[in-house]
Ligand binder design. Structure first.
Ligand code: PEP
Ligand code: MG
Length: 888
């Protein structure tokens, strides 16, 4: 195998093998940009080393060959006494893992070559000794595993109140001696003077850093596979720390915050790269470089343009200037905010760099979703007191409370509260539900608070470690001695992780306002000259343009889960092409609960029919409203699903009431006693697996018939209505046949056409899909129940109970209730789709579980050949966009 690639041999498509940094250094080299020469050791070598504990056979020789070639190019040898070549040894994995792995600079220095470096740099002794002490410090820490504090303390002691640049050559030379002493003391060995040994040890240390705890944690959080390994880049050193005509900086080809074109970045004079990250001195804005070194500045701007045109995207760049000569140390397609992603994508289209198809692939549904959350009003004064992790987006304002009980209590009085905890646990669930937002001082993005909040769509900031939370004293302390006690108002931003004191006004998202205006309305013509247009206007135009194009390229249709005329109308405005799930059970709640009680308590056919007759006109009116809102688009109405006890009073409450009445007046009302008997009769240990869905329809005569008649009569009243009747929780075709027969008879009687189909939400229905399709005109996968039954996970309990632990353990990277589990549930979906269509070629197939609005699941549905996804109104734009991305 070939384990080492010269920069001239690689290119940007070899990220798997060369890592992101190596691949892009090669790309820049081949573009003729000023990259210091070097070579890359592949991720394959790393994988071998990590698996076997030894470098692969032949690697040493291969490195030696490439090093010789590098030495020939540079005209000096590694660590050469009178004029040393120095190299950096840099990590670089396929996916960027900022600061997670190791890098060692200045390899090749020792007690002799340090003098050569001084001579080579025109007698700059200070620079030479500074470089040497940096090598020992970095090498000691990363390669020899010495606690970095030892070096930091020694440096601080020497510096006193001065800056590091104030140390003179003599002082730095003494620091080198101190550092060597630290190495001797901590490892029992001398600092290795042999340059090649330094290099070899550094390479292995970089490989090892792939499995450093923080790297493992980062990968888990970012869902980066654990088995990729890192490449190692060996690069000829260039020095930003040899005087004021030198320096180092970072640059972006446009603003990663807004997408605006311009000059963005930071520069630090007389420094090496790690100084910028460490924040040792303050950087200056990149524009200042024009004044400091006009020549390099102009060249840098030229290179930035070259890179943007070449990568056809925003790039970020690390560079160094060594005595007036500019060097490129890294570039990559840069991260950006959601708003910038949309704006940059359309700007690049206008510049003729990418097509609209490509623009659609450059943005994501998650980014669009982020842009749809309410946010804090940009112009308002804010009093920021802390910053934690942005665990679940949105903006929330409320009184700080420190216990779940208190949250529930205040919320019941109609007050907005923010639940503040050190960390949350399943006991906090009630409080989390009651609160507008959740703030914790501990835990990461997979902590209990974060997982549960995201599941509920609730704003959450977690791990705000600057906060001292004292639950006992009902208060927290923020930096600067700010104390916030129970009842004081705070504001939290789940999109940025910021925490503010007091009330920050919340503004609607301009993107939601745009969707609310109705998809067909558009955002007006884009006029290039309108320089005045605000950021929001430009953003809305970019979103509009991308969404219009997305609708043209997607194959999947997008429907809504909606069960009121209002929701249906909103879904339409957001672009829904129909309703994929109208849950009829909500129509049994509220004031109608009484009618349901009558139905349950009915003794005999006459009483039951009377109860059903009372419900029917109400149901019909609901359907009329929904059919009207959907203006001739298909509406899938699902017949009632949940167990009847959900509509009745709580067993314990009612038992107490009856017992008290009997103890008091001696007699509970007849109605209450009958009700209690019914609640007891209907009580189930496991209601999710009990009397619900089609089972109810088969057990309570007339219930489904009433619903079907209401649907049919409503359809008759609304011209163009297209009802589809869907039977829930079917497990056997016989269940479906029984209900279908009754339904078709009613439809014929009223004189209305409607498809009759079924949900596929039990594993048995899925594996017998060929039989089920004989009796179903369409399938709609209820992946909430299908996931519940496939995994045996109670969908209402497990996420709060133990999913944070499962995520920590890596059993899955994301809850299977959030993102469709392709290997398990997905397999059933494919099987049922294929077997169903084999029997009935025009079988319409969709999905209406929560997964219908999840980006990854939408891609799965496209791949599996489904006809549509159905999701909540607010997710519809996300599904439209992701359906297009899946098709491209
Ligand atoms: C499902 O189970 O996925 C579904 C859509 O039905 P419900 O969530 O109402 O059980
Ligand atoms: Mg279901």
């Amino acid at each position: 195998a070939k384990y080492v690639y010269d920069f001239t041999e690689g290119n940007r498509n070899l990220k798997d093998l060369l890592g992101g940094k190596g691949a892009n250094l090669a790309e820049m080299t081949n573009l003729g940009l000023p990259v210091p020469p070097g070579f890359t050791i592949t991720t394959e070598a790393c994988r071998h080393y990590l698996a076997e504990g030894t470098l692969p056979a032949g690697l040493d020789e291969e490195i030696a060959r490439h090093l010789s070639a590098l030495e020939a190019t540079m005209g000096r040898t590694l660590g050469q006494t009178d004029d040393p070549l120095l190299v950096s040894v840099r990590s670089g994995a396929k996916f960027s893992m900022p600061g997670m792995m190791e890098t060692v600079l200045n390899i090749g220095l020792n007690d002799e070559s340090v003098h050569g470096l001084a001579k080579q740099s025109g007698g700059n002794e200070r620079f030479a000794w500074d470089s040497y002490r940096r090598l020992i410090q970095m090498f000691g820490k990363t390669v020899l595993g010495i606690d970095g504090d030892h070096f930091e303390h020694a440096l601080d002691e020497l510096k006193g109140d001065r800056q590091d640049t104030d140390l003179d050559a003599g002082e730095l030379q003494s620091l080198v001696e101190t550092y060597k002493g630290i190495v001797r003391e901590q490892t029992g060995k001398e600092f290795p003077a042999d340059p090649r040994e330094q290099m070899r040890l550094a390479v292995m240390a970089v490989f090892d850093s792939w499995n450093a705890p923080r790297a493992i944690l980062y990968r888990r959080q970012e869902r980066i596979p654990a088995d990729l390994g890192t490449a190692v880049n060996i690069v000829a050193m260039v020095f930003g720390n040899c005087g004021n005509d030198s320096g180092t900086g970072v640059a972006f080809t446009r603003d990663p915050g807004s997408g605006q074109q311009g000059v963005y970045g930071d520069y630090l004079q007389n420094a090496q790269g790690e100084d910028v990250v460490a924040g040792i001195r303050n950087t200056v804005p990149l524009q200042d470089l024009e004044r400091l070194d006009k020549h390099c500045y102009d060249e840098l701007l030229q290179i930035m343009e070259t890179l943007e045109n070449h990568y056809r995207d925003l790039c970020d760049i690390e560079f160094t200037i060594e005595r007036g000569k500019l060097w490129m140390l890294q570039t990559r397609v840069g991260k950006r905010t959601a708003a910038a992603a949309f704006r940059i994508a359309t700007q690049l289209v206008d510049q003729g760099l990418i097509t609209l198809d490509e623009a659609v692939t450059r943005v994501t549904g998650d980014q669009l979703a982020q842009l749809m959350f309410p946010r804090f009003d940009g112009g308002a004064v804010k009093n920021r007191i802390a910053k934690g992790m942005n665990a679940s987006p949105g903006a929330a304002v409320g009184k700080a409370v420190f216990s779940s009980e208190r949250a529930v209590e205040l919320a019941a009085r109609g007050e907005d509260v923010i639940l503040v905890r050190r960390e949350t646990n399943p006991d906090d669930l009630a409080g989390m539900i009651a609160a507008r937002g959740i703030l914790t001082s501990r835990g990461g993005k997979t902590s209990h608070a974060a997982v549960v909040a995201r599941g509920m769509g609730k704003t959450c900031v977690c791990g705000a470690e600057e906060l001292e939370v004292s639950v006992g004293e009902r208060r927290f302390t923020a930096p600067g001695g700010v104390v916030v006690s129970e009842g004081e108002v705070i504001s939290i931003d789940g999109t940025t992780g910021e925490v503010f004191l007091g009330e920050v006004p919340v503004a609607d998202s301009p993107v939601v306002e745009y969707f609310e205006r109705g998809t067909s309305a558009g955002a007006g013509e884009e006029t290039g000259e309108q320089q005045e247009a605000s950021h929001d206007d430009n953003l809305v135009k970019a979103v509009d343009r991308i969404m219009r194009h997305a609708d043209g390229v997607r194959r999947l249709r997008v429907r809504a889960n909606a069960d009121t005329p209002e929701d249906a109308a909103r879904a339409r405005r957001f672009g829904a092409e129909g309703i994929g799930l109208c849950r009829t059970e909500h129509m049994f709640l509220g004031e109608r609960r009484q009618l349901v009680e009558d139905l349950v308590l009915a003794s005999g056919d006459t009483e039951r029919q009377a109860a059903l007759d009372a419900l029917e006109p109400l149901q019909k009116a609901d359907f009329v409203g929904i059919f009207r809102a959907m203006e001739g688009r298909p509406v899938t109405v699902r017949l009632i699903d949940p167990p009847l006890h959900e509509f009745l009073p709580d067993l314990t409450d009612l038992s107490v009431k009856v017992a008290l009445a009997e103890a008091g007046s001696g007699e509970a009302s007849d109605k209450d006693r009958r009700l209690l008997a019914a609640v007891k009769r209907l009580h189930e240990q496991n209601p999710m697996l009990g009397l619900r869905g089609v089972r109810l329809g088969l057990v309570i005569p007339g219930l489904f018939a009433m619903q079907v008649r209401a649907i049919a009569q409503a359809a008759k009243e609304v011209p163009g209505a297209r009802p589809e009747i869907m039977i829930p929780l079917v497990a056997a075709v016989q269940e479906l046949e029984a209900v279908r027969e009754e339904a078709t008879a009613i439809l014929a009687e009223v004189g209305v056409d409607a498809l009759v189909g079924t949900m596929i939400e039990t594993p048995r229905a899925a594996v017998t899909a060929g039989q089920v399709a004989e009796a179903a005109q369409f399938f709609s996968f209820g992946t909430n129940d299908l996931t519940q039954m496939m995994w045996g996970f109670s969908r209402d309990d497990v996420e709060a109970a133990f999913f944070s632990r499962y995520l920590e353990l890596g059993i899955f990277g994301v809850s299977p209730f959030e993102t469709l589990d392709r290997d398990g549930v997905g397999r059933l979906v494919r099987l049922a789709t294929d077997e169903g269509r084999a029997v009935r070629s025009d079988l319409k197939v969709g999905i209406c579980g929560e997964h219908g609005g999840d980006p990854d699941s939408v891609h799965f549905c496209h791949d599996a050949g489904l006809d549509y996804v159905s999701c909540s109104p607010f997710r519809i734009p996300v599904a439209r966009l992701e359906a297009a991305r899946a098709a491209l």
